[in-house]
Design a protein around this ligand. Structure first.
Ligand code: ADP
Length: 613
């Protein structure tokens, strides 16, 4: 069965995202063609020059002298009375290669012809015309014209070297105005932001209603947040809800190699918006333009950026009372030039955070809404397992899951498909071809079983969700823990984490009769870093609550921190050993299951626990 492709999205906000590859390619092609033409042209001239040597330019008296007398070598003469020029062919000259050429005084052409005919020389007239000024200049002008055409194309038609987004401007010029189909319903998990934007949508939709009350529409809204949290989506949804066109560019498009291009693109963008009357202008990555102005001498790039920034400020100050709202997105509002944040400019600042648990659930539901779902697909669990993921990452996850289920020929997305997608997105695809020795597989199985059992048996540790020894990316095996949005870590949670980390090594010791491998290095690293923070920042050791910045310590105090860390880590390892001593049967059971199955869900582990308990 062929792999199903996921159904097309109703509205893909990336459709209008800047795409750099095509314009770059166009530029490269243009540059190549240009160079090729120039080379061909120069080469052609060089060939011409060597193949057809110019005739010797002599005085007309020299021609007449040579023509005089019966034994003259001149066979034929071509005369161009327009140019007052003669070309002289001696015997043996090729038809297009005269030996001599000369000019004669105005009005003496006919005399000349008579005298030559008298000498018995054949005379042709008007056969050969001296190259006119244009025909001699044109070849030299061709490369210049091509270059000018190229620059015109790049600078004016496309609006800049970066090219991204210029296609959109062209589309506007052609009269196609894009009112996005996106609605606020397409955005989930950022309700506060949507509420804020709803006002603006109402304003744009019915300006009169608000004008009556004397309310002033905000001109600029700054959306602050990490990439992928839906800022572009929100801006499109605002335009969609208000029923106004959406114009977008990324800040990096403004910052160009050619001075003045950025500013002209800003003006172009605002012109188009003004033409549309009411509009949303969206500027992604505004920090690329609006970085706080550095003092001191600037280079060309900073000058260009400042020119662009000034153009932006001028445009924003210019549309008082118009129906244009500018939305800008940034991840670094702290770096923005204060001039941008002044009243009348981007005076509304809205934070677009990464979604919390509830937000993730709703984003997942949103992206799953037009997909067929298997009964075992647990959206709640999935939301819990994806802390820190942004809307864009969740969308990608859902997409990947649909691909996995399609590849397997399933009609609905099963829980396992999402599991696979999650592991792919975090660790990479399963390395089916990876050759793992039986010994290493066995050690990995015991190691991961140790983590899983320790996590399961400690109330303060996060629940494991699944364990796998299928190699992926660089990982040989993984124990998945239930994610949590909790920001604060209690001391017992921190200790439970350390014991869980150390349980991998403790499990190896049981398998190898006290010996152990190098495979736990990553665990130690994580554990050490956590223990250090417990001692120096969290006040979670016997050293007390004094805040001790790492690296700022010397001598005896540093030694005390080190020994406190050692103590915590040694204690965690001892606890892990004791824990696994008590549940040796469970450990072995999980390890054997892993060797057999590759991946074991937590439910199965709990099933093993019941008889043991
Ligand atoms: P940003 O502009 O903040 O980098 P985008 O708006 O480009 O993020 O988000 C990329 C894609 O991720 C969106 O098109 C959408 O499919 C998905 N997405 C991101 N955030 C959300 C959200 N809050 N709700 C629904 N989908 C989201």
């Amino acid at each position: 069965m062929p792999a199903r492709t996921p159904p097309p999205r109703r509205d893909n906000p990336h459709r209008n995202k800047p795409r750099r590859s095509v314009p770059r390619r166009t530029q490269i092609i243009a540059a190549t063609v240009l160079t090729a033409l120039a080379i061909a042209f120069l080469g052609g001239r060089a060939l011409l020059a060597t193949d057809t040597p110019a005739p010797e330019d002599v005085a007309i008296s020299a021609v007449l002298a040579e023509a005089a007398g019966a034994s003259t070598a001149i066979e034929r003469v071509e005369v161009d009375d327009d140019a007052q020029r003669v070309w002289v062919f001696r015997a043996g000259d090729a038809a297009d290669r005269p030996s001599l050429t000369a000019t004669y005084p105005l009005g003496t052409g006919w005399d000349l012809v008579e005298r030559l005919v008298d000498e018995g020389i054949e005379v042709d007239t008007q056969l050969r015309s001296a190259p006119s000024m244009w025909s001699s200049l044109l070849p030299a002008l061709i490369p210049v014209l091509l270059l000018l055409a190229f620059l015109y194309y790049v600078l004016v038609r496309r609006g800049g070297m970066g090219g991204a987004g210029a296609g959109r401007l062209d589309k506007r010029r052609a009269g196609a105005v894009d009112v996005p189909a996106t609605r606020f319903d397409d955005v989930a998990g950022v309700d506060e932001v949507v509420d804020e934007l709803r006002d603006i949508a109402a304003f744009l939709h019915e300006p009169d209603r608000f004008a009556a009350t004397g309310a002033r529409m905000p001109r600029g809204v700054l959306l602050e947040g990490p990439p992928g949290t839906g800022k572009t989506l929100l801006a499109r949804a605002l335009a969609g809800e208000a029923g106004v066109p959406f114009f977008a560019l990324a800040g990096s498009d403004f910052v160009e190699t050619f001075v003045g291009v950025g500013a002209s693109r800003v003006r172009q963008l605002f012109d188009k918006a003004r033409e549309a009357g009411r509009a949303i202008i969206f500027i992604d990555e505004i920090d690329a333009v609006g970085k706080a102005r550095a003092s001191g001498p600037g280079n060309a790039a900073t000058e260009e950026r400042e020119g662009t920034l000034n153009a932006l400020l001028v445009e924003m100050d210019g549309f008082v009372g118009s129906g244009i709202v500018v939305l800008a997105a940034t991840n670094r509002a702290d770096m923005l030039d204060p001039a941008l944040l002044r009243p009348g400019r981007f005076d509304r600042r809205v934070t677009v955070p990464a979604p919390d648990l509830g937000g993730r659930r709703r984003i997942l539901q949103l992206h799953l809404r037009d997909k067929a779902l298997g009964e075992d697909l647990d959206v709640d669990l999935l939301a819990r397992r994806t802390p820190g993921m942004t809307g864009a990452e969740l969308e990608q996850l859902v997409n990947e899951a649909a691909l996995v289920s399609g590849r397997a020929g399933r009609l609905a997305i099963a829980g396992g498909d999402v599991e696979e997608a999650l592991q792919v997105s975090m660790l990479g695809r399963a390395r089916r071809s990876a050759s793992v020795t039986e010994r290493d597989r066995r050690i990995t199985a015991w190691h991961e079983a140790g983590h899983a059992v320790a996590a399961l048996l400690q109330p303060a540790a996060p629940d494991p969700v699944a364990v796998t020894i299928v190699p992926r990316g660089i990982a040989g095996g993984v124990t998945w823990m239930d994610g949590s949005d909790d920001q604060f870590l209690t001391r017992s949670q921190a200790n439970a984490q350390l014991v869980t980390l150390m349980a991998g090594r403790a499990a190896e010791e049981r398998l190898l009769d006290g010996d152990f491998t190098s495979g736990a290095a990553g665990d130690y690293q994580g554990a050490t870093s956590l223990a250090y923070r417990m001692v120096t920042q969290f006040g979670m050791s016997d050293l007390g609550v004094a805040f001790r910045p790492v690296g700022g310590l010397e001598g005896e105090r540093a030694a005390r921190v080190d020994s406190a860390v050692d103590e915590i880590l040694d204690g965690a390892l001892a606890s892990a050993r004791a824990l696994l001593d008590e549940s040796a049967a469970l450990l072995e059971g999980v390890a054997e299951l892993l060797l057999h199955e590759g991946t074991v869900p937590v439910g199965t582990i709990r099933g093993l626990l019941a008889p043991a308990a």
